[in-house]
Design a protein around this ligand. Structure first.
Ligand code: NDP
Length: 444
């Protein structure tokens, strides 16, 4: 049995109740086969893959808080510090009822490679809670965030572990968490990213993941002799990543015709009105039915359906496993050129394979959505320097980072004879740096 198969079997036996984590490990290890085989004896002796698939530590804690009726509520908090071989742990906090240890582990594992791809000195971690922010008052959100940080503060720090936003955690939540961290520790330090602009946040962080996705997509298209002008794009989701992906795609001359949320989706053949979308989602925190009510050209549909619409470029920006095999078939039948992931692992393994086998240019999230964490790392740099860069300075750095990522993953795939396989390229390029750092640092 090969070393990869041995480790895969062990990881499956040990984490049987964590399907998302197993899916992420399988995707990465399968595509690393040629690299591992080239160093099989050394990696096996060093137990490199066993160490890479076992988090440094997992922290799980109770989060009690009081709701507006005076009732005590209890949620579970998590932080998985996965790997700090190349820098302090870095990764977002997800607040969503679906959160469990397996989800956080899959996200933390992916984050290790993504952070490595940015070229910046950041390790991988992820955290969150099964708390559902939907329908909660501002006071309830604050009560939860304060309680969450009252436990988590023990394990994080500007040079230790720097959490950020993710699903359900935006600027409001980061603000409440930062306030509580400062209050408990007395430290004014860059311990969280995604902060408000008046207290250490970075310009362009809000836009970074969506914009970065489009910078990479444009480079991909350019290197295949195409541009973004007049391309029809389908986007899923309508949160932070989706909104700024729509905005940048339209600035580049493409037309985005869909967005979605967890209850339904919009088809707007005239092109999504970003200002209206921001008003509905960022200001009113309302459902997409309000977008449809205010926009005569928009059609609202219940349930799923975004990937049935004919498009040139598909940008899944909602959540994991939202683009399934039937969606991949519909996209291919409709002549899609490229699929670039804005969300983390939105495409199932089966759907990914189908897209790749049918000649679709496919870039996985750990490369194409790395702009968010890259800009978080730029926020850390500004905090350390006690400086704030301009929007254009940050945006230009982001653009260059995304272009570099594209070329790095392209080169890595070519080096191992897998030209055009950007999943393998991303995993290989991300892995090499982390693996070399781990080996150099001895058994730890
Ligand atoms: P938001 O909370 O801002 O938005 C999430 C969007 O996805 C919402 O439209 C939400 O709809 C929808 N959604 C969430 N869960 C589901 C579900 N189970 N089924 C269908 N739709 C769902 O999150 P972000 O935009 O920040 O994150 C989106 C994705 O991008 C995630 O995978 C995240 O991990 C990834 N990501 C985010 C980064 C960032 O900087 N924010 C960086 C890199 C990756 P509803 O409002 O109805 O819940």
């Amino acid at each position: 049995m090969s070393y990869v198969d041995e480790v895969l079997a062990r990881v499956k036996a040990k984490n049987a109740s964590e399907p998302e984590f197993l899916q992420a490990v399988e995707e990465v290890l399968e595509s690393l086969r040629p690299v591992i085989e080239a160093h099989e004896e050394q990696y096996k002796k060093e137990a490199l893959l066993e160490r890479l698939t076992e988090p440094d530590r997992q922290i799980k804690f109770r989060v009690p808080w009081v709701d507006d009726n005076g009732q005590v509520q209890v949620n579970t908090g998590y932080r998985v510090q996965f790997n700090n071989a190349i820098g302090p742990y870095k990764g977002g906090l997800r607040l969503h009822p679906s959160v469990n240890i397996g989800i956080i582990k899959f996200l933390g594992f992916e984050q290790v490679f993504k952070n490595s791809l940015t070229g910046l000195p950041i390790g991988g971690g992820k955290g969150g809670s099964d708390f559902d922010p939907k329908g909660k008052s501002d006071r309830e959100i604050m009560a939860f965030c304060q309680s969450f940080i009252t436990e988590l503060y023990k394990y994080i720090g500007a040079d230790v572990d720097v959490p950020a936003g993710d699903i359900g955690t935006g600027a409001r939540e980061i603000g409440y968490m930062y306030g509580q961290y400062k209050r408990i520790t007395g430290l004014y330090e860059g311990v969280l990213t995604g902060k408000g602009l008046t207290y250490g946040g970075s310009l362009a962080r809000t836009e970074a993941t969506g914009y970065g996705l489009l910078y990479l997509t444009r480079e991909l298209m350019k290197c295949h002799g195409m541009d973004m002008k007049d391309k029809i794009c389908c986007v899923s989701g309508s949160g932070n990543v989706a909104i700024y992906a729509v905005e940048k795609a339209q600035q580049m001359g493409a037309k985005v015709v869909t967005v979605s949320d967890s209850t339904g989706w919009i088809y707007d053949p005239e092109g999504i009105d970003v200002a209206l979308l921001k008003e509905v989602k960022e200001v009113k925190r309302a459902r997409l039915t309000e977008y449809a009510a205010a926009r005569p050209s928009a059609q609202y549909h219940e349930g799923r359906g975004v990937w049935q619409i004919k498009c040139d470029i598909a940008l899944p920006c909602a959540t994991q496993n939202e683009l399934l095999i039937d969606d991949a078939k519909a996209l291919v039948a409709n002549g899609v050129t490229a699929v670039c992931e804005g969300a983390n692992m939105p495409t199932t393994l089966e759907a990914t394979k189908y897209l790749q086998d049918n000649g679709v240019l496919f870039v996985c999230g750990k490369a194409s959505n790395a702009g968010g964490v890259a800009t978080s790392a730029l926020e850390m740099t500004q905090n350390s320097e006690r400086l704030s860069w301009t929007f254009d300075e940050v945006n230009e750095k982001l653009e260059q980072i995304m272009i570099n990522i594209y070329h790095n993953i392209d080169d890595a795939a070519k080096r191992y004879g897998m030209e055009g396989n950007y999943v393998a390229g991303a995993n290989i390029a991300g892995f090499e740096k982390v693996a070399n750092a781990m080996l150099a640092q001895g058994v730890c």
